[in-house]
Design a protein around this ligand. Structure first.
Ligand code: SIN
Length: 281
C-alpha cells in the first residue's frame, strides 16, 4: 500500500489515503500514519468498513485504550473500549451520549494524565436535503501558540491552569463517583508535545476553571482571551462527516467542538475510542 497524506488546507488536519483499516497494518504503514498524525494533529481516513474490534485494534496502535466513564451506559457488547455518541432513541432511551462536546475542549483534561488520541468512526450522519449536519470543528493549539506575540509567550511561560471536573457545565451530569475519581488538577497552559517538542496552548473555557496564583476574575479573562485566540478561523478545520469516515485527533495539538445543528429524525451515530496519553509538561 502507498500511503497518501493530503493536508486539508485549513488550520490543521490531513486526509490519509491507501490505508484499509479492515486489514492488519504493518509497522511501516502505521509509522507513516503516526507521522501524519503527529504533524497534522487530525487525520481523516475515508470509506472505512470496519467492525468494532477493528476500530479497537487500530486505536490500540496509538497506545492503550481508555474505558470512558460513559461506556457503562453507552457501550457496545463485547467492545468496552467503544462508546456510542448518538441521538438515536431505542426502547425509550438514548443509545449513546446525544450531545457530546458542544463547546471547545480537549479530551480528559480533567485527568492528571489526559488522553493522547480520540477516534470517531461515522456510522450514521444526519443530513438535510443532502447537506450533512453534525460537523466537528478542530482548532490548532500549536499554530495558535506560534502566532502569539513574544510578550504574551513570555507572560504565559510557567503558568498552570486549574482543571476542575466539578466546574464542567457541558454534557450530562457527572456521577459523584466520577467526580471523586478526578480531583482538581493543574496542567501547564503552554504544553510541550511529548513527541514533536512543539509548544501549544492547553487552555479552554469551562474545563479550565482558574490559573494558579491568579484572582478568579483575572484568570477567567485571560482564559477567555486565549480561548478566543485558539479558535480564530485561521487555526480551525471543520470536518464534514461522511459515513465510513474514521477521524483521529491529537488531544495535545487539537481542541474540538461538535456542531449541534440536527435533531431527530436526523440520526447521528459515532463509535468513539480514546487512547491514554502522558502527563502534560
Ligand atoms: C466529542 O467531543 O468527543 C464529540 C465530537 C463529535 O461528536 O463530533
Amino acid at each position: 500500500m502507498t500511503v497518501g497524506v493530503v493536508p486539508t488546507g485549513a488550520g490543521l488536519g490531513a486526509e490519509i489515503s491507501g490505508v484499509d483499516l479492515s486489514q492488519p497494518l504493518d509497522d511501516s504503514t502505521f509509522a507513516e500514519v503516526e507521522a501524519a498524525f503527529d504533524q497534522h494533529g487530525v487525520i481523516i481516513l475515508r470509506d472505512q468498513k470496519i467492525t468494532p474490534e477493528q476500530q479497537v485494534t487500530f486505536s490500540g496502535r496509538f497506545g492503550e485504550c481508555a474505558v470512558n466513564h460513559n461506556a457503562a451506559d453507552f457501550g457496545i457488547d463485547g467492545s468496552p473500549e467503544i462508546y456510542l455518541i448518538s441521538n438515536i432513541v431505542e426502547d425509550g432511551r438514548f443509545i449513546g451520549t446525544p450531545k457530546a462536546g458542544p463547546e471547545w475542549h480537549t479530551d480528559m483534561s480533567y485527568a492528571k494524565v489526559p488522553a493522547r488520541a480520540t477516534m470517531l468512526h461515522a456510522i450514521e450522519v444526519p443530513e438535510m436535503d443532502g447537506l450533512p449536519l453534525g460537523d466537528t470543528e478542530f482548532a490548532n493549539t500549536a499554530a495558535a501558540y506560534d502566532a502569539l506575540p513574544e510578550t504574551m509567550k513570555h507572560r504565559l511561560a510557567g503558568l498552570k491552569g486549574i482543571f476542575d471536573f466539578r466546574g464542567r457545565k457541558r454534557g450530562r451530569p457527572i456521577s459523584e463517583e466520577t467526580i471523586a475519581k478526578y480531583p482538581p488538577v493543574e496542567h501547564p497552559i503552554v504544553r510541550t508535545h511529548p513527541r514533536t517538542g512543539r509548544k501549544g496552548l492547553y487552555v479552554m473555557r469551562n474545563d479550565c476553571t482558574g490559573i494558579v496564583g491568579f484572582e478568579s476574575e483575572d484568570a477567567l479573562s485571560l482564559i477567555g482571551a486565549l480561548a478566543n485566540h485558539i479558535t480564530r478561523p485561521e487555526f480551525v478545520y471543520r470536518h464534514r462527516w461522511r459515513v465510513g469516515d474514521v477521524v483521529v485527533w491529537d488531544n495535545c495539538t487539537a481542541q474540538h467542538k461538535a456542531m449541534q445543528d440536527y435533531d431527530l429524525p436526523q440520526r447521528r451515530l459515532m463509535w468513539r475510542t480514546t487512547v491514554k496519553g502522558t502527563e502534560p509538561f
